[in-house]
Ligand binder design. Structure first.
Ligand SMILES: [Fe+2]
Ligand SMILES: [Fe+2]
Length: 292
């Protein structure tokens, strides 16, 4: 049974000097990857509280929890690849040594996360579910963004904060099921690093947004709102193929059940709420957080 441990950047509880970088890959016992455990707590699943899902065998529900965690991991891998590419350009272009160091430290941490994701995907034996055509389209759009622009940082905040909050649900874990020790250790590393990344991105975004003319902020708000809606939909409502792999058929029916699940919508509002509030406060026009 997993008991939530205090916040620590160090995956398996080893001590390290404050602020020291800890490579997560060798610090995690990868042989402990276990399919008999939950990888996402039952209450944080897309179909949590849906009666037809709660009536399924525990093996099916647990399989969905593993696949939904892998969905988060695959999404993280794609986002981090985009982000590292852009951070490398920023590091190369800045004349400021402190800023260059900050960008390079973030690249190092994101590389550590991606290495964990790759290792878990390898150990899970699961086939990828992410649509490659969607990745190509997103990459084309991402490359049109000017690194360091207000829109770049605003999109980065959304891309970092939503998965980080979902990851925190894994890190906290419930006391009434056995959570995977590996997954909890991964979530702990990721949660600690992402808190720093989000603070950094918020600072950069606020500065860049303050320099934007109002007409441009209004125009770019439309793009930002579209990104938020698309990313929230993809991250929180996995594709039908994922449900099929969990043994839930037809996948489209289960996907539709997740889309209309009030518990999932409430979780989505909680995950996006403070991000949307922050962006609105600094001058972006987005829908206000939904009231429950
Ligand atoms: Fe990351
Ligand atoms: Fe990050």
């Amino acid at each position: 049974m997993h008991t939530a441990a205090p916040y620590s950047a160090n995956p398996e509880g080893a001590t390290a000097p404050a602020g020291a970088y800890v490579d997560p890959l060798p610090a995690i016992d990868w042989n402990a990857v276990d399919h008999a455990c939950w990888w996402v707590p039952p209450g944080a699943l897309s179909l949590a509280t849906v009666p037809a899902f709660e009536a399924q065998a525990v093996a099916v529900r647990r399989r969905l929890s593993q696949l939904e965690y892998l969905h988060l991991v695959e999404t993280g891998l794609v986002l981090e690849a985009f982000f590292v590419e852009r951070l490398a350009l920023l590091a190369e272009r800045t004349p400021d040594a402190d800023a260059r160091s900050a960008y390079l430290r973030e690249i190092r941490e994101e590389a550590g996360h991606s290495l964990m994701f790759v290792e878990l995907l390898r150990r899970s034996g699961a086939e990828p579910t992410i649509p490659r055509a969607g990745v190509r389209f997103a990459r084309t759009l991402a490359r049109r963004l000017t690194p360091g622009s207000a829109l770049f940082w605003a999109m980065t905040i959304i891309g970092e904060e939503l998965p980080a909050r979902l990851t925190r649900a894994v890190e906290a874990g419930p006391d009434d099921v056995t959570m995977s020790r590996v997954v909890v250790a991964m979530a702990r590393v990721h949660g600690a690093d992402e808190a720093g990344h989000a603070a950094f991105a918020r600072e950069r975004c606020e500065e860049a947004t303050a320099r934007l003319p109002a007409w441009r902020r209004a125009a770019w708000s439309t793009v930002l709102a579209a990104w938020l809606a698309a990313f929230e939909r993809y991250l929180l409502y996995p594709p039908a193929a994922l449900y099929v792999r969990a043994g839930l058929v037809p996948g489209a029916t289960w996907h539709a059940r997740a889309r209309t699940n009030p518990a999932r919508r409430a979780l989505a509002a909680r995950l996006t709420g403070s991000t949307v509030s922050f962006l609105c406060r600094i001058g972006w026009s987005l829908r206000e957080p939904r009231q429950k």
